[in-house]
Design a protein around this ligand. Structure first.
Ligand code: HEM
Length: 405
């Protein structure tokens, strides 16, 4: 294992996939001193930690990872408390609430962004579309003032910088902690107003939600909204950037999707497998456990390498190939985004926003393909992924022939 580059090295950040392969083959359970965690990289092991059939892999690590910036979120909860909280929030992100109430919000926000550059002939799909669209959708779903979208976007930037602050930059930490204070001061009066005068927005639904006599406090709702910035913003942002990077880099697959839009779901699922937005997730052990051929003590942190599991040759044929036509991938249905790739995790914390993410990606791909007929990379550009915990292209300069509306 000595010769395998470190998961925090520059070499890894530039291209983690050869490192993942080496870990799966030679060090499937690796003690990693800098993160003080046991690293697991094989599909089977990562899936087992997420499914947690034995109830040993907790999310207690989120108390120190998420608490300082978000407060106590659904991700920190377990057992019945988690199940009830999940039942309180989940209905807003699926079924008729998603289709009838929030799909129009998604469409409106996508089109506004596309309209800003469709006549120009060139754009950066990351800066002008992907990093804005999901955050605008969340702000609009919550029913926040349009005038506040820019502030909301600023908080989003601070929160994701805080969560990705591997180097421990004190300014980034301070900005994250300040954001928690500002966000709380901003949200609490709005939540109180919605309790008094409910509307049709997500905040009003969260205020009204009740399961087994349990309702969410103002602080619970605020923490959930704060989590949405990272959980629903950065992830979907990177998924959109990556689906375009992947399709534009594989023009024959792009042409197939352009001709048959029902293939967008396959492109979405294969993008999440091949280039997942979230590469690493941590868990904590409640008891000693045998894992990946070794023993992990109680109270240990485990780093689950989603980006590696998704490219495990034991699970996927020809795993390093982007192929939306592959036959060993489960696609999404209208009612479930249940997947076999691990980009949404598995088990009780499986992404509650998976169908919302899918609706955003589907809308985004359709809108951009409709508005930009011969969309391609700007001359000489080749996309590069960046990031360690989360990954995606940082820029996607494209050109196209502008056509009248
Ligand atoms: C949970 C990924 C979009 C809200 C998760 C988890 C992953 C994930 C990996 C599990 C975390 C863990 O187990 O520690 C993604 C990806 C997305 C996406 C890749 C986009 C492609 C969204 C959206 C929302 C959202 C749009 C907005 C509603 C959540 C929430 C949880 C979660 C609230 C916590 C669920 C729980 O604890 O029960 N997501 N997510 N996600 N996601 Fe997403």
């Amino acid at each position: 294992a000595q010769s395998i580059p470190d998961i925090l090295s520059a070499e890894f950040a530039a291209d983690p996939y050869p490192v993942y392969r080496a870990l799966r083959e030679h060090a499937p359970l690796l003690w990693h001193e800098p993160t003080k965690s046991y690293v697991v990289s094989r599909y089977e092991d990562v899936a087992r930690v997420f499914k947690d059939k034995e109830s040993v892999f907790t999310t207690d690590n989120y108390d120190w990872q998420l608490e300082p910036v978000h407060g106590r979120t659904i991700l920190q909860l377990s057992g019945r408390e988690h199940a009830v909280r999940r039942a309180l929030v989940a209905p807003a992100f699926r079924g008729s609430e998603l289709q009838e109430t929030f799909l129009p919000v998604i469409r409106r926000n996508s089109r506004e962004l596309v309209d800003a550059f469709r006549d120009r002939g060139s754009a950066d799909l990351v800066a002008e579309y992907a990093t804005r669209f999901p955050v605008h959708v969340i702000a609009d779903m919550l029913g926040l003032d349009k005038a506040d979208h820019a502030r909301f976007h600023g908080w989003y930037t601070n929160v994701i910088a805080f969560l990705g602050n591997l180097a421990g930059d004190p300014e980034v930490t301070a900005a994250g902690e300040r954001t928690r204070v500002e966000f709380t001061e901003y949200m609490l009066p709005i939540i109180q107003r919605r309790r008094a005068e409910p509307g049709d927005d997500l905040l009003s639904r969260l205020c009204a939600a009740e399961v087994d006599g349990v309702r969410m406090s103002d602080e619970d709702i605020k923490a959930f909204c704060s989590l949405l910035l990272a959980a629903g913003g950065e992830t979907t942002d990177k998924a959109i950037a990556s689906i375009f990077a992947n399709l534009l880099a594989h023009p024959e697959q792009l042409a197939a999707v352009r001709a048959d839009r029902s293939l967008i779901d396959r492109a979405f699922v294969e993008t999440l497998r091949w280039t997942p937005p979230v590469h690493m997730i941590m868990r904590q052990t409640a008891a000693e456990v045998e894992l990946a051929g070794g023993t992990v003590p109680a109270g240990a942190t485990i780093t689950c390498l989603i980006g590696s599991a998704n490219r495990d040759g034991a699970r996927y044929r020809d795993p390093d190939r982007f192929d939306l036509f592959r036959d060993d991938l489960t696609t999404t249905t209208a009612f479930s985004a249940a997947a076999d790739h691990l980009a949404f995790a598995l088990g009780r914390h499986f992404c509650v926003g998976a169908l919302l993410a899918r609706a955003e990606v589907e809308t985004g791909v359709n809108d951009l393909l409709d508005a930009l007929p011969d969309l391609r990379f700007a001359d000489g550009f080749a996309p590069e992924e960046r990031g360690v915990f989360t990954r995606g292209p940082q820029t996607l300069p494209v050109v196209f022939t502008p056509v009248g509306r």
